[in-house]
Design a protein around this ligand. Structure first.
Ligand SMILES: [Cu+2]
Length: 259
């Protein structure tokens, strides 16, 4: 009775300790594992979808001896590829332009005629192309549709190409095409404002979330294991072991009685 009363004074603490070894907590732990697993799978899916949805950046092709090349306008206001190397010089080359943008937006493939020149992003393209008529300008308004045209340049060098739809160039819809050489390495198409930023956000968010889940699970599991080893047996409802007498002179129970 005395011992029992003593534990009743610690009612809340004792209850908390006891609850850690009961089945409901194992069920709760199982639920946490399931929820954590589901959350992890969902986040993995989100990351996968996010990465797939992002257009390939810096994709390059080399035309070489071919007499045609293909490129697409893709989701996110990008060209793919956006680097076209080594187009043959002095011959008609067919450009095959596909509108693969699932948003339904129209796009153009419009190549500047100003040799080895990068168009500043603040340029008004209407005015610019009046001054420098494009080498080629293909427009395709329908998703999944393709249009063709030819381009020819009798020299070695590179040109920038853009999309003329309002705001698309400013959003990063441009690329470079080089005749008789590769596009210079210092020319690259800048990352879209929402593309890699969004991917980084998703990846970092996933890492943080999974780390939090791991820490929480580690804490729960560690607490549960700790409770198995550290909890005093009487708090688990077991009988207390017999006290050793003063001086510890109690004989071990295996000792045969002397007679
Ligand atoms: Cu466009």
């Amino acid at each position: 009775m005395y011992v029992r009363n003593g534990f009743e004074r610690q009612h809340r603490w004792a209850t908390a300790l006891r609850s850690t070894v009961r089945h409901p907590t194992r069920v709760r732990l199982g639920r946490m594992l399931v929820v954590g697993g589901v959350v992890g799978l969902l986040l993995t899916g989100i990351v996968s979808v996010g990465l797939v949805a992002l257009p390939a950046r810096g994709a390059a092709i080399t035309v070489g001896d071919a007499n045609s090349f293909a490129l697409s306008a893709v989701d996110g206001l990008r060209f793919s590829p956006d680097i076209i190397n080594d187009v043959p010089v002095g011959v008609n080359v067919t450009a095959i332009f596909t509108n693969a943008d699932t948003s339904g937006s129209g796009h153009t493939f419009t190549v500047s005629s100003q040799l080895n020149h990068t168009i500043p992003s603040t340029t008004d393209l209407g005015t610019y192309f009046q001054q420098y008529p494009p080498l080629i300008s293909l427009w395709e308004n329908g998703t999944g549709l393709t249009t063709n045209g030819t381009i020819e340049f009798s020299g070695v060098g590179w040109f920038e190409f853009v999309c003329l739809e309002p705001g698309h160039f400013q959003s990063g819809m441009y690329g470079y095409i080089a005749f008789g050489e590769a596009v210079p390495a210092n020319l690259s198409v800048s990352a879209p404002a929402t593309g890699p930023g969004l991917a980084v956000f998703i990846i970092v968010g996933t890492i943080v979330t999974l780390t939090v889940i791991a820490v929480v699970l580690g804490f729960v599991i560690g607490r549960r294991r700790g409770s198995e080893f550290e909890m005093p047996p009487q708090r688990l409802g077991y009988a207390e072991p017999p006290d050793a007498g003063p001086g510890g002179s109690t004989p071990p129970p295996s000792s045969p009685p002397k007679g």
